[in-house]
Write a protein that binds this ligand. Structure first.
Ligand SMILES: CC(C)(COP(=O)(O)OP(=O)(O)OC[C@H]1O[C@@H](n2cnc3c(N)ncnc32)[C@H](O)[C@@H]1OP(=O)(O)O)[C@@H](O)C(=O)NCCC(=O)NCCS
Length: 235
């Protein structure tokens, strides 16, 4: 019991840290839909683990009705999850969320409809998902990463990254801009024109050798003409 109260205290403190508009813990406890959704989810998850599927779903749907936040009872949620504003949030059955994550309104942690079994994403610790962002598929969003508002993430996001856009791409790594041109080895790549010239030179050399053979030893050449793959104009 004492642990549960401490955990609740940690959750409320997380709201105070993350939301500048949040005042007292009592106000957060009584009025914040994100807090209610997480508490309901703990109950629903416990019921599901004790094979009380119908009751688990009933609690989850009740929470959705009150908060606008739908968390499937099967989802695994870490400590101190802050759901700012709530409304329009969907967290799928096989989604996993690490500790200290922050979700804004309209976030979906869903599936693409193409996968079976694990279908929903896994968020690492301290992940921020901006309002309206959709994270779809059974991949991982790394620790301390940020998903921009409105992004649609369809692929894994490494640790400490910022992903933006539709489909989302990484624009910041460890807080620094990502320039893909920097990743390309532009010094040790082979010059394609040189490669073509080298190939042409070796073909000319082969043809010269064959021509020389034809002129020097015509009989020998004629006996073995089939072995040479020469163009018609030379034969
Ligand atoms: C992505 C976000 C977390 C900022 O992360 P960050 O690592 O500090 O990234 P930056 O602000 O440095 O922006 C990085 C680049 O992404 C762009 N960017 C930021 N947010 C974006 C968005 N939502 N959509 C598209 N591009 C975005 C920036 O313009 C910048 O582009 P540049 O590289 O051309 O300069 C923030 O912009 C965001 O979307 N937060 C969500 C907040 C939210 O949902 N609030 C709702 C309150 S009710």
């Amino acid at each position: 019991m004492k642990t549960r109260v401490t955990r609740l205290g940690g959750l409320l403190a997380a709201y105070q840290r993350r939301d500048p508009a949040a005042r007292s813990k009592l106000e957060i406890f009584l009025l914040y839909p994100g807090v209610h959704a997480v508490i309901y989810h703990r109950i629903a998850h416990w019921l599901l683990e004790h094979k009380l599927r119908f009751l688990a779903r009933a609690v989850s749907q009740w929470a959705r009705f009150w908060t606008g936040i739908e968390i499937h009872p099967g989802a695994k949620i870490g400590r101190r999850l802050v759901i700012d504003h709530g409304m329009g949030i969907v967290i799928g059955e096989t989604a996993e969320i690490g500790d200290d994550c922050l979700l804004y309104q309209g976030v979906t942690l869903g599936g693409t409809g193409k996968d079976q079994g694990k279908r929903h994403p896994t968020l690492g610790n301290n992940v921020l998902v901006g309002s309206g962002a959709k994270v779809l598929g059974p991949f991982r969003v790394g620790d301390n990463s940020r998903i921009a508002a409105g992004a649609v993430v369809l692929r894994e996001v490494p640790d400490n990254c910022t992903a933006v856009g539709v489909p989302a791409h990484v624009v910041r790594l460890q807080g620094r801009p990502v320039f893909f041109a920097d990743d390309v080895d532009q010094i040790s790549v082979e010059d394609p024109v040189m490669l073509e010239l080298r190939e042409l030179r070796s073909r000319v050399k082969r043809l010269e050798e064959k021509e020389h053979l034809q002129n020097e030893k015509p009989d020998f050449y004629l006996e073995r003409i089939d072995e040479y793959d020469l163009p018609e104009y030379i034969i």
